[in-house]
Design a protein around this ligand. Structure first.
Ligand SMILES: NC(=O)c1ccc[n+]([C@@H]2O[C@H](COP(=O)([O-])OP(=O)(O)OC[C@H]3O[C@@H](n4cnc5c(N)ncnc54)[C@H](OP(=O)(O)O)[C@@H]3O)[C@@H](O)[C@H]2O)c1
Length: 329
């Protein structure tokens, strides 16, 4: 049956300009790191993409290595786009990245020009797309000169394989070099992608303001701390959760008593606000006006819907923020 998107989708979402650019991103974006690989259920993956698009999510975040197996999230996304979304490509912002381990040998997993140029061609082939909207350097690899990586991003945009470029997880001093180079080349850094959630607030020190000062948008990954900022782990580690799966990046030992105790206290505040903990955790990240969007993950349509319900209450009173801060500190 032909997929017809919900005609009221754009009324359901809120959008923010991405830094100093003309690009609006949905405040909730969908990431395909987990749950879209060849080990996962393809029908569920398809349903999640449709539910997201029907809800006004226009931004989908990929990387060459997402799976498992690495590359299979891009392949699956490409199949879904080809079958159901080819008429809607211009309504979507699709991003990918390169820089983590992907193929064997010395060129398969760093931030060199060789890796990035080969990677974007491989990613375009796997997804069947003509171009990415955003292409990221996935990380500063501590060896490749930042100038080499950033010049490659600039060239990728200039040759039309991506419309915009971004950086991910760069230490502030390297990010500063990147922003300057990109600005001077006329390819400003559209977006900076970093981990940010109630349990992991390192970017508050310098990175978030540095991005804002340089006109770059900011997008938070793992805003739910891979599920620890939901009600999921309050009573142990459920089967089928990311922490229980051998393919998940969240390890059992990361679900500490201290985190669970904090989640329990936060959950009580969320209850009072008439929200789930997941909703409150997302709203809390978005409460910072420098934040363009959060990239959530989901393993089911119902999780996605729960997370989208965040849009119903994004406001915090000063008392609530103080109470949350007291728990987190
Ligand atoms: N740039 C980078 O280096 C980088 C790194 C990591 C991630 N990312 C991007 O950020 C995206 C999101 O990362 P993430 O998946 O770690 O985000 P997250 O939103 O913090 O965690 C998502 C996981 O939490 C659980 N969950 C989500 N909603 C839930 C709900 N309502 N109730 C209960 N459990 C819920 C699910 O895990 P279960 O499987 O347990 O159900 C889901 O897969 C990735 O897909 C990727 O695009 C980028």
């Amino acid at each position: 049956m032909e997929y017809l998107p919900d005609s009221s989708r754009y009324e359901k979402m809120q959008y923010r300009y991405c830094g100093n650019s003309g690009i609006l991103l949905p405040i909730i974006s969908l990431g395909l790191w987990h749950n879209f690989g060849s080990v996962d259920n393809f029908d569920t993956a398809t349903d999640m993409i449709k539910c997201a698009f029907d809800s006004g999510i226009t931004h989908f975040d990929l990387a060459n290595n997402y799976g498992p197996v690495p590359g299979s999230a891009e392949e699956n996304f490409g199949k879904i786009i080809k079958k159901d979304f080819s008429a809607y490509r211009d309504e979507m912002i699709i991003s990918s990245k390169a820089g983590h381990d992907m193929w064997a040998g010395p060129y398969g997993g760093n931030s060199s020009r060789k890796n990035l140029m080969a990677s974007i061609d491989q990613s375009l082939k796997r997804t069947g797309l003509d171009y990415f909207d955003i292409f990221y350097s996935h990380r500063y690899d501590e060896v490749t000169p930042v100038e080499e990586t950033i010049q490659t991003l600039i060239d990728i945009v200039k040759c039309g394989k991506a419309l915009y470029a971004g950086i991910s997880k760069y230490p502030p001093e390297k990010a500063a070099i990147a922003y300057k180079m990109m600005k001077e080349a006329g390819v400003p850094c559209l977006i900076s992608q970093y981990k940010y959630n109630m349990f992991d607030r390192e970017v508050e020190e310098a990175t978030l303001q540095l991005a804002a000062d340089n006109g770059s948008g900011f997008i938070a990954f793992s805003p739910l701390a891979q599920g620890m900022l939901t009600n999921k782990y309050l009573h142990g580690i459920p089967e089928n959760s990311r922490a229980a799966k051998s393919t998940g990046f969240l390890k059992r030992e990361q679900v500490t008593d201290d985190k669970v105790e904090k989640a329990r206290k936060l959950s009580a505040i969320a209850d009072r606000r008439g929200q789930t903990l997941a909703e409150m955790a997302l709203a809390w990240v978005l409460n910072d006006s420098r934040m363009t969007s959060v990239i959530i993950g989901a393993s089911s349509v119902s999780q996605l819907k729960d997370n989208l319900a965040t849009l119903r209450n994004l406001h915090f009173s000063q008392e609530e923020l103080a109470e949350i801060a007291a728990i987190l500190n």
